[in-house]
Design a protein around this ligand. Structure first.
Ligand code: FMN
Length: 182
């Protein structure tokens, strides 16, 4: 086996779908790209996400306790990278990248109309925020955009490279010992 530097662990484990995170602070919405996220619990559905304090979004999330996690399809690949390489502190990213939004039901952050799915989230635990910039979010509402023809998702492999999701393998009949966490 070839050894990889331990620092590369994220390259193996990061590739859930790349997502975009919208926030809204004082009526001003913003959006960023995020690869560091994980499911933590089934019910209520808890999601952990790491958002660096250098991000404009960090301060909005910290202040408002609300965000939307949107799952883009392959058609938004370039936008995903560009949105993650500039700051909402400098300009309106929705305008710059032509991202259409919709009002969410339960949070002030907007839904991204062109994404495959949008998850309305609220921060339920910030105890790990200071050591790790880790926010624990509870998913409150989910909206699926089934009308989109492009359903493939992007999975970050580091430095702006992505694996593209393709196809489904259904082995659900072998899942005989599955339990909800916790
Ligand atoms: C593919 C990709 C993945 C990223 N993942 C994260 C992440 O998990 N956490 C984070 O804090 N920033 C991540 N970023 C960087 C932010 O999206 C970037 O700093 C962005 O400019 C923040 O925008 P804002 O200042 O408007 O909040 C990622 C960027 C890219 C392109």
């Amino acid at each position: 086996m070839k050894e990889l530097p331990a620092l590369q662990a994220c390259r193996l484990l990061e590739p859930g779908p790349i997502v975009m995170v919208s926030t809204c602070d004082n009526g001003r919405a913003n959006v960023m790209t995020m690869g560091f996220h994980m499911m933590i619990q089934h019910d209520p559905p808890l999601i952990g996400c790491v958002i660096g304090p250098w991000d404009h979004s960090y301060h909005a999330l910290r202040k408002t306790g609300e965000c939307v996690i949107a799952v883009p399809g392959l058609d938004l690949a370039e936008t995903v990278v560009d949105v993650g390489n500039c700051s909402g502190a400098d300009f309106d990213k929705f305008e710059r990248f032509g991202l259409k939004t919709r009002l969410a039901e339960q949070v002030s952050a907007p839904l991204l109309e062109d994404c495959l799915a949008n998850i309305e989230c609220v921060v339920v635990d910030d105890r790990l925020r200071d050591p790790y910039s880790l926010f624990i979010l509870e998913a409150k509402r989910i909206w699926l955009n089934e009308g989109r023809t492009e359903q493939r998702t992007l999975h970050h492999r580091g430095d702006g490279t992505f694996a593209i999701d393709n196809g489904m393998l259904d082995l659900s009949d072998r899942m005989v010992k599955w339990r909800h966490l916790p």
